[in-house]
Design a protein around this ligand. Sequence first.
Ligand code: GUN
Ligand code: ZN
Length: 353
Amino acid sequence: MRDAFEVRHADAAGRIGELRVPRAGATVETPAILPVVNPNLVTVEPRRLADEFGVEMLITNAYIVHSTPDLRERALDEGLHAMLEFPGAVMTDSGSFQLAEYGGIDTTTREILAFQRDIGSDVATPVDVPTPPDASRERTLDDLRTTEAALADAEAVDTGEMLVSAPVQGSTHLDLREWAARHAYGTTLDIFPVGAVVPLLNDYRYDDMVDVVAAAKRGLSRDCPVHLFGAGHPMMFALAVAVGCDLFDSAAYALYARDDRYLTVRGTELLDELEYFPCTCPICTDHTPDELRGLDDDTRQDLLARHNLQVTYGEIRTVRQAIRAGNLLELVDSRARGHPAMLDGYRALLDHA
Ligand code: GUN
Ligand code: ZN
């Protein structure tokens, strides 16, 4: 019996839901964005994520903690929440992203899942294999068999109250995505991330993202919380929620700030090219682009990251309100007019409706 997630309101395939996270003693309202916190390079302190932005849940990388001796000792000793000084729920990733980026990692699902349990993670992740878009069917199937074994290993670990995610891979083969989702649903695991979409999003392939998520949703049921792994740009939240995603994680707020990039719901602007800030958040109200350009790197990055978070959390509230008002598709339509690739995504969404 699955009882971690409850849908409260729906519009199109989008929904407002409640994710119960027993180990954190918390309930998280969805759609939710989990800011990515790199424990080696903190951009906005987790405490401020909670206080300033109302963040209920963040995500960090257990593999980085595990492979950094000083962090590993501290996490085992104090626990992840105390180490990060974060009062809410903490999800952890497993090293799969590193596996995809660098071709290998020195851990296993059994080891890294037990580690996630031991450092007090509230939602853990096995070592899935993110197969990139357009991979051959043969390679995709081969990777899926490895992910399948990882999910079986995850089911065998004593995880107690910790929730465990069951990533859905399958590259751009829609029948394999659906198959992988049906398999994930058949496990005892709790949350269903759609994986390896970062390369699609980086290439603005929003239509393929929609098709891949829709295929995964066909293999799941309505009571499954769906996470879009690595998706954190506010311009695509409305679209992704409308196809049925409930959870997102964003490193974009920090990564973009480091490159002097400014997020909006219509895309990304370069700080250097802005004369005015098209935003009413406290940072944009109190500063001009010129003032920001005159600041030292750390201060400028901090302010840009905080604007990026403001627009990110503002958009999630806009999406939630659109679901309540029953006009989510109108919001997607208006966001689609901000960027031609978003229009392709919107058309793909309408094809599924
Ligand atoms: N982060 C971004 N994409 C992925 C993915 O496919 N799997 C995991 N575990 N983490 C991710
Ligand atoms: Zn702003």
